[in-house]
Design a protein around this ligand. Sequence first.
Ligand SMILES: C[S@@+](CC[C@H](N)C(=O)[O-])C[C@H]1O[C@@H](n2cnc3c(N)ncnc32)[C@H](O)[C@@H]1O
Length: 207
Amino acid sequence: MTTSARFWDRIADRYSRKPVPDETIYQQKLKITRQLMHPNMEVVEFGAGTGSTALAHAPHVRHILATDVSPRMMEIARGKAAAAGIDNVRFEVSSVEELAVAAESVDLVLGLSILHLLEDRDAAITKVWDMLRPGGYFVSSTPCLGDWFKLFKLVGPVGHFFGVIPMVKVFTRKELDDSLSNAGFTIEHAWQPERKQGVFIVARKPA
Ligand SMILES: C[S@@+](CC[C@H](N)C(=O)[O-])C[C@H]1O[C@@H](n2cnc3c(N)ncnc32)[C@H](O)[C@@H]1O
């Protein structure tokens, strides 16, 4: 298991008990995402955590493949699905780097609070592009620490070294937009409720 997977595995139970930071904002993100959905949709989520978002969207699409690098996160997610009687979500342990999904087979990809945790966000965005059908959507939510906490570049690695926080990449909203645009995506909607909060982006692969 990688250091990152070990970190997330260790905190998975605690993470699953933590309420979302702002329920109103979370519900608004679910609502915006749901407006893109239709009952025949094939959805992939990477960095799915304990599966709450995938399970919330499940009744609105055909199938969701929800993946995460942490086996414990996926175990908790499977337990939640069983308790809720939801059977159209498959939870699979996989890093986004190792995720293998057929080209142009997916209508919507979710990557929520994850792009800043990856060594190479551009590679992940290209992977999303490849799996999406033309006209498909990539919905992401990403803290852009480069806009308000540049010093994190110095303090973050110390916290990471001591195992207190995960590896976090520092980049700006502009750099994130550029990553998406350079991959070919059109940004259809972007919402940043507050300066220090993540930016929620609906990006589309042109039809
Ligand atoms: C901040 S949590 C976000 C979880 C969920 N998306 C949410 O919004 O609550 C980040 C998740 O990404 C997973 N993760 C971290 N690095 C990953 C990687 N390289 N590939 C796939 N998942 C990863 C972690 O295990 C963790 O569950």
